[in-house]
Design a protein around this ligand. Structure first.
Ligand SMILES: [Zn+2]
Length: 641
């Protein structure tokens, strides 16, 4: 479950109410040229939080999140919980969901025009709805609940208080998540609905540009690879102050965000266009979010950079595997081919209110040099890196001018492609063949390549250590699969590289050499953290699913979760629950043998009971059971007098 906004509370900016409500309405108007984009501008939605007063946003629709596009706006509530949430238009409550992650307590209201408005991270529902939900929770004996309702159950008028704002689910600060969905359940941009409560005269901000070579013969400043450049700002516009030497096919990426007035939040940029000379070669307009393909964001962002630095670079080219529908109006795929002529590049960024900023840079046509003076020195004697379809090998000059690549029984000598002060660089096209190992001088490295796996096919990798099953939809793009097995302190199965995003899960069967009881499970190891993957045992082998490549190990969770009493009395029963390895999978409470509703907030590790009837105090034998994913259980019991 990903957090709905990524701000720390310290980033709060106190908004000074500069406009009074009575005099301000006339100034609240969105540019008219944006209204024609709204499919039904007769919708006339009411702003769901304190309408008629300026509101600050912590997030916008289309914003790049770690594995999805944000589907609506995040409205700040200035750290407050319990702000009334109003129905944006008449309609009926069509869905209520409660979950520990995601939108937490959420309400969906469907309107006569077919749109549905969604209100997430609520603290609680309006009393009639809350009573109904509690009954359903007791009937289903579950805190998590997902109810679909017909018209007539809870009909609402425009402006009715339907709930109170909160911080429930995957939210890291009090706010309302609000989105507007069309008949096909695609999320629209709420800022195109003429809400005067949001003021924005601030254009998008740009931090960095990255340029990358798109094939083995292309160069940027005489080198192959991906290179980041900070932009400089002059009068609200951005540029790279020096020309970049380029040759061949180049891709551009941009790190930036939109800002709204009086807010430091980094929001999404809805429209990006790129011009090479006078030609618009790329247009990306995030006008809708389709929940079926929102994970495709992993093809829009530079995934390797996302995984290594956390920075969300937007590719200004349509990469292989990108099936998103945001590129109408692009001619070609946004890649730039530099031959004899210099190419001026202009990038235009526009937010939902029409505020614009520009980035200018120049690609200077340049025949690649073989000796690259500006290259940073290599640290390792011999190293390699996979960049798209290319293997880049770097060896220090002292190891000689050529390297040897081993392909099974075949050997190939390769001469350096270009050189820096203390190193040589060699490039191999992995689509032709995969080297098993590389030798330079007395240094040798094993590459652990197993196979090239194209996207869109069912593929099975078999060995005596593991089987890996790729489904048709597992990959967005070609993967050069590397597999490695280590057995030092424990068995480690390294499968694939985390530079590759996975779309639908892989099924993996590990065939460990050691003896493990069936109480062991698979964990994915990143740094000091172990993520529970589960798995089921059969004949000494364990099978599990994963949506990420990485290092997998087998561990046994022997400790039951802890249950720490915070308060137990007639009015409340509140505990902190934690698990040290596999995580909490299940909890349940009873009073005098009858099921008792416990709320759960995973962010604070708290569970707490609600009295079934607010007039009847909690009394009698309370029992709380908490179970982890490995099946260890802990039971807490107390008699409430
Ligand atoms: Zn949100």
């Amino acid at each position: 479950m990903k957090s709905c906004w990524n701000l720390r509370l310290s980033n709060y900016v106190v908004f000074v109410l500069a406009l009074t409500v009575s005099s301000s309405m006339a100034q609240f108007s969105a540019p008219e040229d944006h209204l024609d984009k709204v499919s039904n501008n007769a919708s006339n939605y009411l702003f769901p939080v304190e309408p008629g007063t300026p509101n600050l946003l912590a997030g916008t629709m289309g914003e790049l999140r770690s594995n999805h596009f944000h589907s609506g706006i995040d409205v700040r509530t200035n750290g407050r919980i319990g702000v009334p949430i109003l129905s944006a238009q008449q309609g009926y409550v069509s869905r209520i969901s409660i979950s520990t992650g995601g939108y937490g307590n959420a309400l969906y209201i469907t309107h006569p025009n077919g749109h549905t408005t969604v209100y997430g991270h609520l603290d609680r529902f309006e009393k009639r709805i809350a009573d109904f939900v509690r009954k359903e929770q007791y009937r289903k004996k579950s805190f998590d609940i997902n109810l679909y309702l017909k018209p007539g159950t809870f009909d609402v008028a425009r402006g009715d208080t339907v709930a109170f704002s909160g911080n429930s689910g995957g939210s890291s600060g009090p706010h309302l998540h609000f989105d507007i969905r069309d008949k096909n359940n695609e999320a629209l941009n709420p800022l195109l609905f003429n809400f005067g409560e949001v003021v924005d005269n601030t254009p998008p901000v740009v931090r960095k540009i990255a340029l990358r070579t798109m094939d083995i013969n292309s160069r940027i400043n005489d080198q192959f690879g991906r290179f980041e450049f900070y932009v400089t700002e002059v009068d609200g516009n951005y540029k790279l102050p020096y020309p970049i030497l380029a040759s061949g096919t180049i891709g551009v990426e941009l790190l930036g965000y939109d800002r709204l007035d009086n807010s430091r939040s980094q929001c999404g940029i809805n429209l990006i266009e790129m011009y090479a000379g006078n030609d618009r070669i790329f247009k990306q307009e995030i006008d809708k979010v389709n929940f079926g393909d929102t994970r495709n964001i992993l093809t829009l962002m530079d995934y390797t950079t996302l995984k290594t630095s956390g920075e969300r670079f937007n590719k200004l080219y349509i990469d292989d595997g990108n099936i998103l529908s945001y590129y109408g109006g692009s001619t070609g795929k946004g890649m730039i081919t530099v031959k004899a002529e210099d190419i001026p590049i202009r990038i235009a960024l526009k937010d939902a209110y029409g505020n614009e900023s520009f980035v200018n840079l120049s690609l200077k046509a340049s025949e690649p040099a073989k000796e690259v003076v500006a290259m940073t020195s290599a640290n390792k004697l011999l190293s390699y890196k996979v960049i798209e379809n290319i293997l880049e090998v770097t060896s220090k000059r002292e190891l000689g001018d050529s390297i040897v690549a081993y392909f099974g029984k075949n050997i190939e000598y390769a001469a350096n492609t270009y050189s820096g002060k203390n190193q040589h660089v060699f490039l191999f096209d992995l689509r032709k063949k995969l080297p098993d190992s590389i030798r330079a001088g007395n240094q040798i490295i094993n590459t652990h390549f197993k196979d090239m796996i194209p996207s869109g096919i069912i593929y099975k990798y078999y060995s005596d250590l593991m089987d890996i099953n790729f489904s048709k939809n597992s990959l967005y793009d070609t993967v050069f699969l590397r597999v490695q097995y280590k057995n030092k302190d424990r068995e480690v199965f390294s499968i694939g590289d985390s530079i590759y995003p996975i779309n639908s899960s892989l099924t993996i069967t590990l065939k460990p050499k050691g003896n493990y009881s069936e109480r062991f499970s698979v964990y994915r190891n990143t740094g000091r953290y172990f993520q529970y993957m589960g798995g089921s045992w059969a004949n000494g082998k364990i099978t599990f699913s994963t949506r990420e490549f990485g290092d997998f190990v087998l561990l046994e969770d022997t400790n039951a979760p802890s249950i720490i009493k915070m308060a137990v009395n007639g009015a409340a029963a509140r505990f902190k629950i934690r698990d040290d390895l596999s995580g909490i999978s299940y909890y349940e409470a009873t009073i005098n043998g009858e099921w008792l509703l416990m709320n759960y907030d995973y962010k604070t590790n708290m569970i707490w009971a609600e009295r079934k009837d607010s007039k009847v105090p909690l009394k009698g034998d309370l029992s709380v059971k908490v179970v982890d994913y490995a099946g260890n259980e802990n039971i807490y019991q107390e008699k409430i007098p």
